[in-house]
Write a protein that binds this ligand. Structure first.
Ligand SMILES: [Zn+2]
Length: 469
C-alpha cells in the first residue's frame, strides 16, 4: 500500500512538493519555492510539514524555482540523501538556486535597512549561497531518460522519454513499485508539461503500459493558447518594422527556455535573410548567458540538436552579430550604439535586473519597440506597461511610455487546456490528482476530465491532504 500527500502546488501554481510513501520509505517529488503574493511566499518560512531527515530520496522534475527552490532549505533542515534528476536539470538547478540565494540576500539587506530603522528585527533569508553549495553535493551526475534505477528494493525510478516538453531536461517521473508479492504499480508525476511543437524540446507524451496514479499539472486547465506559428510571425514582424526605422527592439527575457527560444527564432531570421546579419543582438543577462551555455553543453537533451542534426559544436542559439554582454560596463555601452539593434535583458517581468536600466533610457522614445513574450503578474512594472500606462516610475523617476508595445502570448512553456486533455486521455490513469494550478483552472479541467475519463477517479488535493493509492 502506498500513500501520497501534497505539500505544495496544491490549489496554487507554485511550491511543487509531493510525498509518496511506499512501505516505510518516503520519496519526495520536487521541493519548490512558493512564489507570488506574500500570503503564499510566507509558506516558505513555515517548514515543510514533515521531517526532511525522514526522506529516502528527492526526485526533481526540472530546474524551475517553483520546483527546486526549497532544496537548500530541505538540506539545511536535515535531508541528506540523494537527489535524482536529469543531467541538464542538475546544472540548471545550480544556477537557478545561486541566483535565488543572491536575490534573497539582496531583499534581506534592503528590508533589514528599512526595518532596523523602524526598530524591527528581521529573520534570516530563507537560505544562503553556502547552503546552495552544500545541497549541490547531494546531486549525483544525473540520470538520463529511460534509465531504470532501483532506489530501494522493489522501488524503481525512471525519467520518461519523450520528456515533459517543458524546458531543457524537464522530466516526467515514473515510480514503479511492487505491492504484496507480484502486483506491480506505477505512479507518474508529469512535472510541468509543455505545449508541443517547440523547437528546443520534444512533444510530451505519457508513459505507456498502464498508470495507476497520475499527478498532473493544470496551469492552463481552463484556456487554450494562441497558435505558436502566429506568435513567431508576430515576433518577426515587430523586429523587421523596428529595424527598418533604425529603432531599438527591447525584449524582457525569462532566462530559462524563453531566451533560448527567442534567440533561435532571431537566428533563423538571420539565416533566412529576413534580418540583416549586421544588426547587433545583445544578450544582456548573466543568468540567461550561463543557461544558454548549458543548452550547448547538454546538446543531446535539446531536440533542436537531435532533430535537425545541427553541428554539435555550433549552437543553434548563436549567430553572426550576437553579443553576450555580461559586465555592467558592457551593459551601459549598449546605450551608445546607434540603432537598429536588439536587446534581450532580464528580468522577464521587468521587476529588476538590467531591463530596468534599458527601459529608463528607451521607453520614452517612439523609435523603441518593447516586445513582451512572457506572463506579467499583477503588480509588476511589466503588467502596468502592457495594460497601457502612459507613464511609469523607474528607479523613482517618472518615464513616459512612447515605445510601441507588443504583447505576444503564444510562447508559453505550459500545455494548454486541449493539450492537457489529450495527454490525460492517452494516459488513462486509474486515479488522477490535479495539482499546480489556480482553483478556477483546476475546477474547469476536472469537470471536463470527469466527462472524458468516466472511469478515472479525479481529485483536486488541498495543501497537506493525503490519499491511499
Ligand atoms: Zn516549470
Amino acid at each position: 500500500m502506498a500513500k501520497i500527500q501534497f505539500f505544495g502546488a496544491a490549489k496554487t501554481v507554485t511550491g511543487s512538493c509531493h510525498m509518496v510513501t511506499i512501505g516505510r520509505h518516503r520519496f519526495l517529488f520536487d521541493a519548490g519555492q512558493f512564489q507570488g503574493p506574500w500570503e503564499l511566499e510566507k509558506l516558505n518560512y513555515k517548514g515543510f510539514g514533515f521531517k526532511p531527515s525522514t526522506i529516502e530520496a528527492l526526485i526533481l522534475s526540472h530546474g524551475h524555482l517553483d520546483h527546486c527552490g526549497r532544496i537548500p532549505l530541505l538540506q539545511k533542515m536535515g535531508f541528506e540523501k540523494k537527489i535524482y534528476c536529469t543531467p541538464p536539470t542538475a546544472d540548471i538547478a545550480r544556477l537557478i538556486l545561486m541566483d535565488s540565494a543572491h536575490i534573497l540576500k539582496e531583499e534581506f539587506l534592503w528590508k533589514q535597512r528599512r526595518l532596523t530603522r523602524a526598530g524591527i528585527k528581521m529573520k534570516e533569508p530563507l537560505y544562503s549561497i553556502e547552503d546552495v553549495y552544500f545541497c549541490m553535493e547531494l546531486f549525483g551526475r544525473g540520470a538520463p531518460y529511460e534509465k531504470k534505477i532501483q532506489i530501494v528494493p522493489d522501488v524503481h525510478l525512471s525519467f520518461h522519454l519523450n520528456d515533459a516538453g517543458h524546458i531543457l531536461g524537464s522530466a516526467q517521473i515514473v515510480l514503479e513499485y511492487k505491492e504484496r508479492r507480484s502486483i506491480r504499480k506505477k505512479i507518474v508525476f508529469t512535472g510541468d508539461l509543455g505545449d508541443g511543437g517547440r523547437p528546443t524540446v520534444d512533444d510530451p507524451a505519457p508513459p505507456e503500459g498502464g498508470i495507476d496514479t497520475l499527478v498532473m499539472e493544470s496551469t492552463y486547465g481552463d484556456r487554450d493558447h494562441k497558435s505558436y506559428e502566429a506568435s513567431v510571425e508576430e515576433l518577426e514582424e515587430a523586429i523587421i518594422s523596428t529595424v527598418r526605422h533604425k529603432g531599438t527592439v527591447l525584449i524582457p527575457t525569462f532566462a530559462l527556455e524563453r531566451t533560448q527560444e527567442i534567440l533561435y527564432h532571431i537566428g533563423n531570421m538571420k539565416r533566412t535573410g529576413k534580418l540583416s546579419k549586421r544588426v547587433p543582438v545583445f544578450l544582456n543577462s548573466p543568468l540567461a548567458i550561463n543557461i544558454t551555455r548549458i543548452y550547448k553543453k547538454h546538446c543531446d537533451y535539446c531536440s533542436l540538436f537531435r532533430r535537425q542534426h545541427i553541428n554539435k559544436k555550433k549552437s543553434p542559439f548563436e549567430f553572426p552579430g550576437l553579443f553576450f554582454t555580461e559586465t555592467v560596463e558592457e551593459s551601459k555601452a549598449i546605450h551608445g550604439i546607434p540603432g537598429p539593434k536588439i536587446v534581450l535583458a532580464g528580468s522577464g517581468m521587468m521587476t529588476g535586473g538590467r531591463i530596468k536600466h534599458h527601459l529608463k533610457h528607451l521607453l520614452w522614445k517612439d523609435s523603441t519597440t518593447l516586445i513582451v513574450v512572457g506572463f506579467q503578474a499583477e503588480g509588476t512594472l511589466g503588467r502596468r506597461i502592457i495594460e497601457g500606462a502612459e507613464q511609469v516610475h523607474i528607479f523613482g523617476e517618472p518615464v513616459v511610455v512612447r515605445a510601441r508595445i507588443y504583447t505576444i502570448n503564444g510562447f508559453s512553456a505550459h500545455a494548454d487546456r486541449t493539450n492537457l486533455l489529450n495527454y490525460a486521455k492517452k494516459a488513462r490513469p486509474k486515479r488522477l490528482f490535479i495539482v499546480h494550478g489556480e482553483p478556477n483552472a483546476q475546477a474547469a479541467l476536472a469537470k471536463t476530465l470527469k466527462r472524458v475519463l468516466p472511469r478515472t477517479e479525479i481529485h483536486i488535493p488541498n495543501l497537506g491532504q493525503h490519499y491511499v493509492v
